[in-house]
Write a protein that binds this ligand. Structure first.
Ligand SMILES: [Zn+2]
Ligand SMILES: [Zn+2]
Length: 449
């Protein structure tokens, strides 16, 4: 039984009624692809009427959505909110505002904060703060191992009771197969997803980019793709052995896609995720030595990128997550080797995928929208959908809009986007979460019925 996304912590809902008029609503799973009026009452989609025929209840806000598309709002299973301890990069308020601006109705925050989220009290305190500050429903994972040191498991049962939606040492891999096995045994007992940053430190060494022709040309230490794929193979086998489930974050390589395929075919309850940056960028970008192209896992070759796109198109990959990882300017404007790894992504995810994959006809719009919402399922939450009586989680997007990423600044506290300065097509205009307007583009008029 799936719960509603709004069962995660956030400061809503407000409860005002809305009518969205004349939007072109698209929800591939619901077979919806037409212009209509969406009537929203008490947080739910009360009715989907023919355009111009929806009746607005007294006092409802009327949103003129002519020329806009309405999609089920997105869900990001992989966000770094940087709190506690690194609020100079991001916090709950700025991170969830960035999410709402990206068309998201829910996110899950990673545990590699300072200190690490590892005690039930840490989870409770974050949930309380999200209840006061978060623009969109926010779930928190706790670390798998104490201090994310990879040796001793956290108190997973107590953390689940405190409301952790899952477990992850993301930022770091779980090096020991024995520790991983015990974590999966607990997962089987207490539920919650285990999210995996797959990397074998013995193979990664101190690599700063993908191993290949570009790293050789630049004389930089490379991370081989097998660093990721061998760990996926190991953990797929362990999931089967322990009848547990796990989720592979940010696939970067063809060999990783193949490892996921083998594990799934063998019956592993394994899911996998792709990021927009790995889907549209390659290690050629690193020739600029611009640290905005430095992340972990690294950008890889065009052949790897093609394998990721094919894994998206074929349905092998379950969802798209951004791995939104804010860093301050002085952590990025240093020599490439010294820069921190990670990029922000919430505010550009849809536009990047629309511009680079949908417009050229490489991936269907409906599939992108569906995979950008599917991450909710990892946490037993029902993905947003456009259907009568569904929770009103809606992204209103102007597909024809053209904008320069970052030109007007960011909602995020950090600006380490690999897409800054690029011209992108499509822009989120308004995001409805649980029936409440969680984000509204400046200049977008508000009218009351
Ligand atoms: Zn990671
Ligand atoms: Zn991450």
């Amino acid at each position: 039984m799936s719960a509603a996304i709004t069962s995660l912590d956030w400061r809503g809902p407000g409860g005002a009624d809305l009518i969205v008029r004349g939007a072109h609503a698209v929800d591939a799973r619901e077979g919806l692809d037409r212009t209509c009026d969406l009537l929203i009452r008490e947080g739910r989609i009360a009715a989907i009427a023919a355009a111009g025929e929806g009746e607005a209840p007294e006092g409802a806000e009327e949103i003129d959505a002519a020329g806009l598309h309405a999609f089920p709002a997105f869900f990001d299973p992989h966000v770094h909110l940087r709190t506690p301890g690194q609020e100079y990069r991001e916090d709950i308020e700025t991170g969830t505002r960035a999410a709402a601006a990206g068309g998201y109705c829910g996110i899950v925050a990673m545990a590699n904060t300072d200190p690490v989220v590892e005690h039930p009290a840490d989870v409770r305190s974050l949930r309380e703060r999200a209840g006061a500050e978060a623009s969109v429903p926010t779930g928190f994972v706790a670390a798998v191992t104490k201090g994310m040191e990879g040796r001793e498991l956290t108190e997973m049962a107590a953390l689940r009771e405190a409301g952790a939606v899952g477990f992850s040492d993301d930022g770091l891999p779980i090096r020991s197969a024995g520790v991983m096995r015990r974590a999966l045994q607990y997962q089987h007992l207490v539920g919650g997803m285990i999210l995996l940053h797959e990397e074998d430190p013995e193979l990664t060494c101190d690599g700063v980019m993908a191993e290949g022709a570009v790293s050789a040309a630049l004389g930089l230490t490379g991370v081989p793709a097998v660093s990721e794929s061998t760990m996926i193979a190991r953990d797929g086998a362990l999931c089967i052995y322990e009848d547990a489930r796990a989720h592979v974050q940010h696939l970067s390589a063809r060999t990783s896609v193949e490892a996921v395929e083998v594990a799934k075919a063998a019956g592993a309850k394994l899911t996998a995720e792709l990021t927009p940056h790995h889907l549209v960028l390659t290690d050629e970008e690193v020739r600029s030595l611009d640290a905005r192209f430095k992340m972990n896992p690294p950008l890889r070759s065009e052949d790897d990128r093609q394998a990721l796109i094919e894994a998206l198109r074929s349905g092998l990959v379950d969802c798209i997550g951004t791995d939104h990882a804010p860093h301050s300017t002085n952590e990025k404007e240093v020599p490439f080797e010294d820069a921190n790894m990670g990029v922000i992504g919430l505010e550009t995810a849809f536009a990047v995928l629309y511009t680079e994959l949908v417009l050229p006809g490489i991936v269907d719009l409906g599939l992108i929208v569906e995979r950008m919402g599917a991450g909710a399922s990892l946490f037993d939450l029902e993905p947003a959908r456009l259907a009568p009586d569904a929770q009103a989680n809606i992204a209103l997007i102007e597909l024809d809009a053209e904008w320069e990423a970052g030109a007007e600044g960011w909602e995020s506290r950090s600006e380490n986007s690999p897409f800054s300065g690029r011209t992108l097509r499509s822009r989120v205009v308004l995001t409805v979460v649980g029936g409440e307007v969680a984000y509204r583009r400046r200049k977008f008029a508000m009218r009351m019925a």
